[in-house]
Structures are given as C-alpha cells and as structure tokens.
Design a protein around this ligand. Structure first.
Ligand code: SAM
Length: 274
C-alpha cells in the first residue's frame, strides 16, 4: 500500500517522535481491560503501542482511506473502528454499566474546540481523557479568572473537568510539522456535587452571553438574564467583566437567576461551542 498523504482538511499531523508517543502512553497508563477510545488514530502512531497494552481498543476516524489501512493493519477483534465524524459520535453509547470510558487522541486542531464541547456532554460516562492539543488551546482550557486566556472554553470545560497540563510538544514531533506548539493535557470529570448548575442549558447560555462581549460590563451583557439586585445579593459587582468571575460565580448566577428568560431563549449553539 502507498504511503498516506496527510490531508489538511482533516487536521492531519502525524506523530513521529517515539519519545512523545511513549510519554503519552505512559501518561494514560492503560490497564488490559480498560475501555479506551482513541479519536483520530490516523495511521496508528498511538494505536499500535496502546494495543500492546490493551485487550481491545475503539477508534473513531473520519478519513476512509485511513480506516481501510487500519483495518488491514489491526485485527477486528482488537481494534473496533467507528468510521465517521467524532463531532457527531455518541461516546456515551460505548460506555457500559460500571465501565467508564477512557478517551484519548492527538486531536485534529481545526475542530478541537467544538470537539471538547461535544465531549463535555459525556463527562458522566468518562473516567478520564488525554489529548494532544494546540498549546494555545491548553492555555485557554486551564486559564484562571483575570487572565487574557480565560474565556467561555475555560469556564465550560472547568465546570466539567479538573485539568492537568502534562507536557509540551514541539512541531518537529509531527509530520507534517504544524505551525504551532502543542501540549498534552489530562481531563478528569469533576465529582457531580462539586459544582452543579441546576439547569445546564441556562448555565451554558449565561456563560456564552457573558463572554459574547468580554470587555463590556456584565450588567449590560446579561441584562436580559440577571438584574442588578441579583448581582448585589450574590456579592458580584454589576460593573464586573466576564473574565473576572470564577466558574463557581457563574454557577451561582445561573442557579439564582429567575426561571424565565427576559430575552430570547438560549441559542442551540451554546451547548456545542459553535
Ligand atoms: N493519532 C494520529 C497520530 O498521532 O499520528 C493522527 C493524529 S492527526 C492530528 C488527527 C486525526 O484525526 C487524523 O487521523 C484525522 O483523519 C482524524 N480526524 C480529523 N477530523 C476528524 C473527525 N471529525 N472525526 C474523527 N477523526 C477525525
């Protein structure tokens, strides 16, 4: 079979650095009977060493040429390939009673933000996730309030997961080399009673509205949702800006805001990060 030519539209940058591959597998530390799904296996840089440690692995891959190669390379009883778009994949469908999913991948950077929002919906059936991402996305994921990187992605993902920045990866570790630096991050779902928005659609819409114009005062961006008395009651200045509130502040605001939206219903995109 000819060598696969990397496709830009699928964000294909294949790992060639054996030390980085080894470090990712070591960070995941798979046990034989773990229920693991790899997003975007590509030609198998991570898939092969993972399969040495696992009885079985699931993989979600959109590129049909790569799917055909994987089918030739790995036996079907070891690797279950789900050909299709990870953005539409029902990860919850793979989890079983008492068996949570371990999700990992060197993600296609062109869809990493919507993919993280998609995956966040399955946090309840996930044990942990390990991802290679653009370093700039990891900076946004782990950002704290009052920093330039803190935004909607930080709040929505920190609401669901505790995150650990594991290590950085330079462009030369991939072929073709991306134009950006990368990093590997671990995400572990939070205990559900740690931070709970009673209505998660409302919470997502509130966060989306707050960060829609991050330089504006919350009194203005949230005027259809929260009135000044509620801000004051919760000890939040109505003149504050979106980036100054913690995740817990957003949960408190969402839980305390009145049942009816004064303005429009939240747009469908609030749950997808679109
Ligand atoms: N895991 C391989 C490696 O580390 O060398 C490949 C990583 S490459 C950065 C991203 C992979 O994700 C490619 O195989 C690409 O075809 C696949 N991919 C891109 N978009 C996808 C999508 N929407 N759903 C599933 N896989 C996708």
């Amino acid at each position: 079979m000819n060598r696969h030519i990397a496709r830009k539209r699928f964000g294909q940058h294949f790992l060639i650095d054996t030390r980085v591959i080894g470090a990712i597998v070591a960070a995941v530390a798979p046990r034989r009977d773990d229920l693991v799904v790899e997003i975007g296996p590509g030609p198998g840089a991570l898939t092969a060493p993972l399969l040495q440690k696992l009885d079985h692995l699931h993989a979600v891959e959109i590129d049909r040429d790569i799917v055909a190669r994987l089918q030739q390379r790995f036996p079907a009883d070891k690797l279950s390939i789900h050909a299709g778009d990870a953005l539409a994949f029902d990860f919850g469908g793979l989890a079983a009673v008492g068996r949570k999913l371990r999700v990992l991948g060197n993600l296609p950077y062109n869809i990493s933000t919507p993919l993280l929002f998609h995956l966040a919906q399955f946090a309840d059936c996930v044990h942990d996730m390990h991802f290679m991402l653009q370093k700039e996305v990891v900076e946004r994921l782990v950002a704290e309030p009052d920093s330039a990187d803190y935004g909607r992605l930080s709040v929505m993902l920190q609401y669901r997961f505790v995150m650990d920045w594991l290590f950085d990866v330079p462009p030369e570790s991939f072929k073709p080399a991306p134009k950006v630096d990368s990093a590997v991050v671990r995400l572990i779902p939070r205990c559900p009673d740690e931070l709970t928005a009673r209505d998660e659609t409302r919470f997502a819409a509130l966060v989306a509205a707050a960060f829609s114009q991050r330089r504006k005062m919350l009194r203005n961006t949230l005027k259809d949702i929260v009135d000044d008395t509620l801000f004051t009651r919760l000890g939040i200045a109505p003149s504050a800006r979106a980036e100054t509130l913690s995740v817990a502040d957003y949960v408190r605001l969402s839980n305390a805001s009145p049942g009816e939206w004064a303005g429009n219903q939240p747009p469908a995109s609030v749950m997808t990060g679109a």
